[in-house]
Structure formats: C-alpha cells, structure tokens
Design a binder for this molecule. Structure first.
Ligand SMILES: [Ca+2]
Length: 192
C-alpha cells in the first residue's frame, strides 16, 4: 500500500513528481508522491478522490480511467487545490518527460514503423493534407505530448501519446488506420 514509495523529501522533488493528497481508506489525509507513470493508482492505495495535487519537475497528465484512458487533464508544475473536472476521479497518471517546450511525433503507414513516415512538430487538423488520413499504424514520440483523434478537426475518440512512447502496432489498441487528426497537448489541456 504505497510503503515502497519515496518520502516527501527535497530529493524526491528533483525528479518529476506528482503529489496527490487524498483521504485514505481510514479517512485520514494522505500524501501520495508518484514519480513514475502509473496505469492503475488503485494498486498503490489511491481511492480516486484527490483533494489537491502538487506537480514538480515536468508536466503530468491525469486520466479518469485506468491505463491512461477516459478524460484527462494536463497539469504544469505547480500547486492545484481544486480541479473540479477531475479531482473526484483520477485513475492513472503519466509524466511528460522533457516538458511541453517542443513537440515532435513521427507516424508510420505500417506497423513496426514501416512504410511511409511523416514527422509532425505542430497540429494537423486533417491528415488528408499529408495524404495520411486513416493510415497510421505505429508511432514514435520524440518531444512533448500529443492527442490523436479518429476524426478530423480534433473530434472523435482520443489517444494520448507522450515523449518516449514507441507504439509499434496499433492493432491491439483498436486504432489501426483510424487516426484523422492530431495536435500537441498544451499545458492545462483537458479532454473537455
Ligand atoms: Ca496503416
């Protein structure tokens, strides 16, 4: 139940860390420092209802569902005492290593980074401009964080990708040949 996590020391905060304050199962206020991506916060005793959040180092993206799905919000470093849209329902978190200063993603026509490739450093409201609509089957993210959509103009279902991600095959994700637009995640970006 979280006992293996680092203490709230200044040393901890030299790493990208998100500190979530919540009520524990025993209704005491509990500070939970998280220093690595976590696809299921319930596994470390977090009960979804954050009272406040402190973000150190790099931005973090918090998701309402496990495995980085559902609605999300991107939080720059800082203190957040009230985040009504999400505070009642955080289930997973990801760090955007390197921050949101630049953006770069390479998308590929085929799985395992095969076929044609396009590298983007800014938003594309329609991949038809790149003759790449409904074709992407894998990607690599070099910088920043991105939202991929299955419809043009940033509509439809969303998939979040962050720096360091290398997804060799969209098939298991149900995303093969479905992406129609994508854009960088801005600080404070949310899915609503
Ligand atoms: Ca394809």
């Amino acid at each position: 139940m979280g006992s293996s996590f680092p203490q709230c020391s200044s040393l901890t905060y030299q790493l990208p860390t998100v500190l979530v304050t919540h009520l524990s199962a025993f209704h005491s206020v509990h500070h939970l420092p998280i220093s690595s991506d976590n696809p299921d916060l319930s596994s470390i005793g977090f009960l979804n209802k954050a009272r406040s959040i402190k973000v150190h180092g790099d931005p973090w993206i918090v998701f309402t569902e496990k495995h980085y799905k559902g609605k999300f919000e991107c939080l720059k470093p800082g203190n957040y005492n009230s985040i009504p849209a999400i505070e009642k329902n955080i289930s997973s978190v990801r760090c955007v290593n390197g921050g949101l200063y630049s953006y770069k993603i390479t998308v590929y026509e085929h799985i395992h980074y095969g076929g044609r490739a396009v590298t983007l450093t800014e938003a594309a409201d329609t991949l038809k401009s790149y003759d790449f609509d409904n074709m992407i089957s894998s990607h690599k993210v070099a910088h920043g964080a991105w939202i991929l959509y299955n419809k043009e103009y940033y509509n439809g279902n969303q998939m979040v990708a962050v720096a360091g991600d290398e997804i060799p095959n969209y098939l298991p994700l149900g995303w093969n040949d479905k992406v129609s637009s994508l854009k960088p995640v801005e600080p404070y970006e949310s899915s609503e």
